[in-house]
Design a protein around this ligand. Structure first.
Ligand code: GDP
Ligand code: MG
Length: 153
């Protein structure tokens, strides 16, 4: 399925450190299609909902404070196996365990400042996309380079 979608976000540290361009470039250059993008400052409630699965963790409050510390770039990217491949492009949750060549392995050190988010399953991607975007913000178009990226749709 070349129309799988994932939710990718550039966290406040990534925005403030001028990493928006380099992070977007990695998804563009791989061949994935940008479907939605906005710079936003979500509420505490929104971020608590986004990370609801982690609400019992000792770092949860710090995580929400971190995510509230500045604007976030929220995006939807589309393409074959983009959920799994997006996670590979981001790297491991702990940047020190993430090899060079990954976003976190190239640009981050601490787990609590790991510059980016990516959905961890197709099911969670659907939930996250619905939480962060209205349906009319998801843009439907044919990627001009589609036939140069995919052998078959
Ligand atoms: P991800 O899917 O790779 O982002 O990792 P998780 O879903 O497990 O955690 C969500 C986010 O919480 C991570 O990206 C980190 O920013 C943060 N986080 C996870 N584990 C830790 C931890 O042990 N300590 C701190 N301070 N933050 C953490
Ligand atoms: Mg996660």
């Amino acid at each position: 399925m070349s129309n799988e979608q994932t939710f990718i976000a550039i966290k406040p540290d990534g925005v403030q450190r001028g990493l928006v361009g380099p992070i977007i470039s990695r998804f563009e250059q791989r061949g994935f299609k940008l479907v939605a993008m906005k710079l936003c400052s979500p509420s505490k409630e929104h971020l608590e909902k986004h990370y609801a699965d982690l609400s019992g963790k000792p770092f949860f409050n710090g995580l929400v404070t971190y995510m509230l510390s500045g604007p976030i770039v929220a995006m939807v990217w589309e393409g074959r196996e983009v959920v799994k491949t997006g996670r590979a492009i981001l790297g491991a949750t702990n940047p020190l365990a993430s090899p060079p060549g990954t976003i976190r392995g190239d640009y981050a050190i601490d787990v609590g400042r790991n510059v980016c988010h990516g959905s961890d399953s197709v099911e969670n991607a659907k939930k996250e996309i619905a939480l962060w975007f209205n349906e009319n913000e998801l843009i439907s178009y044919k990627q001009a380079q589609f036939d140069w990226i995919y052998e078959k749709a």
